[in-house]
Design a protein around this ligand. Structure first.
Ligand code: UDX
Length: 431
């Protein structure tokens, strides 16, 4: 099929290149001409494992191209995916001006039937408004369908998530739309759950909000573990063995960050409020996430006594491993808070340093993890990159000024590090 993706961010690029890999002819469009110029030269604006290679091979096979012309994208495709950003407004509401703009442009340029697939994370009822906007702006009475097809890609494993999804959700209301969308996803050979449009829209927000709830729940338990001397990893393992609970998303740490959970939770709470539903549970989830960082910060302060003039090494800056994404990254919050208290920071991240430099002007960025350990009073693990799990701790101990490790992601075995002479503090273990 001829498919266009409007919006070439994480979701748009990954979806576009994966659909091209499935054999479709795909045009990825974006209004950011500089980004498109770069993509044409295979300069990929984000780090996502495997993405650059896949883009290069699909461009070479002529299945993928880029344009900054929405007109070209609309004219040359029968299926149009909307994958533009929906950032948070100050009140937490999702900003849908990008979506409205795309809908107006689709109406302006379409010259026959189009299937419009809404993939951006949006509040319930957005597809209804897309439909209304297109209908109101259409010059000729061309037919079209709008379907809701929420994405569940995780940064760092997005290509794999596209190819091996747990489920594909499509909200639709016509047989033609059903036939077209199922034929697009058929090669993946995965269950497609067809629902009505509003249910599909709600599934996305409800899923992310539920996952965030799991994380805040275990983080609150981790604070309790610290008080009584229990180990949150053991508690989570014990809970997770109950199939009704499940073992995933029960890793205590620095709280959730990234571009999705904080924004989606705000938007979900906001739309619920607007519809007259006071979703108190989610407000508490959000509050717990903020508290978890404060709780960790207190742990750092308690173990250093005075933060002023101390040098602190921070390993990991991105909000999670295998990405260079710093949006709502706990490490950035921690570093800023510690700098405010007068600490000097040395930091290292395998992929996110280029993006971090403009945000953290006073931080000394190091060439590797060991350099970030040299001469510091305390080493903080802020992101669980695999390479941090395999450090040579005999070497690390020689480099640190004081053998204190505060592990915000619980990646180390406390006993092993204590045996080497470290003071080790995790989250929800060892007080
Ligand atoms: C998330 C959803 O998982 C995905 O389905 C959706 O499409 C977009 O939002 P993403 O933000 O890429 O994906 O990352 P994810 O792996 O879900 O992690 C989100 C945050 O939760 C990270 O900050 C991570 O560190 C944190 N997290 C995750 C925990 O603190 N504990 C856990 O057990 C799991």
């Amino acid at each position: 099929m001829n498919i266009s993706i409007i919006g070439s961010g994480y979701v748009g690029l990954v979806t576009g290149v994966c659909l091209a890999e499935l054999g479709n002819k795909v045009i990825c469009a974006d209004s950011d001409a500089k980004k498109i110029k770069g993509l044409k030269k295979n300069i990929v604006p984000i780090y996502e494992p495997g993405l650059e290679e896949l883009i290069a091979s699909n461009v070479k096979n002529k299945r993928l191209k880029f344009t900054s012309s929405i007109k070209e994208a609309v004219l040359k495709s029968e299926v149009i995916f909307i994958a533009v950003g929906t950032p948070s407004l100050e009140n937490g509401e999702a900003d849908l001006t990008g979506i409205e703009n795309v809908a107006q442009n689709i109406a302006k340029y379409m010259d026959g039937y189009r299937l419009i697939v809404e993939k951006s994370t949006v509040p319930v009822e957005t597809c209804f408004w897309i439909k209304k906007t297109i209908a109101a702006n259409l010059k000729n009475k061309y037919k079209f369908d709008v379907v809701s097809n929420p994405e569940f890609l995780k940064e760092g494993s997005a290509i794999n998530d596209f190819n091996y999804p747990d489920r594909i959700i499509v909200g639709l209301e016509s047989i033609k739309a059903r036939e077209m969308i199922t034929s697009i996803y058929k090669p993946l050979n995965k269950p497609i759950l067809i629902t009505n449009i509003k249910s599909a829209e709600l599934i996305k927000h409800a899923s992310n909000a539920f996952l965030a709830t799991k994380i805040s729940f275990i983080n609150a338990v981790s604070q309790l573990c610290d008080k009584v001397g229990a180990d949150v990893t053991e508690v989570a393992r014990g809970m997770g063995l109950d199939n009704r609970i499940g073992k995933y998303f029960l890793h205590a740490g620095l709280g959730y960050g990234g571009s999705c959970f904080p924004k989606d939770l705000d938007a979900f709470i906001n739309i619920a409020d607007k519809l007259g539903v006071d979703f108190k549970l989610l407000k508490a989830v959000r509050q717990t996430n903020i508290q978890q960082l404060e709780f960790f910060l207190k742990k750092v302060k308690n173990s250093l006594w005075m933060v002023k003039s101390k040098t602190i090494g921070v390993l990991g800056l991105s909000f999670k491993p295998n990405t260079d994404d710093l949006r709502n990254a706990p490490a950035i919050y921690l570093i800023r808070a510690l700098e405010k208290e007068g600490a000097k920071i040395k930091a290292y991240d395998p992929k996110a340093m280029a993006k971090a430099k403009p945000l953290l002007k006073n931080v000394v960025f190091c060439k590797d993890a060991y350099s970030a350990c040299r001469g510091v009073d305390c080493l903080i693990i802020a992101t669980e990159w695999n390479e941090f799990k395999e450090l040579d701790f005999v070497k690390v101990k020689k480099l640190l000024r004081r053998p204190l490790i505060i592990d915000g992601r619980n990646i180390y075995d406390p006993a092993a590090l204590q045996a080497l002479g470290f003071t080790y503090l995790g989250v929800g273990k060892n007080g």
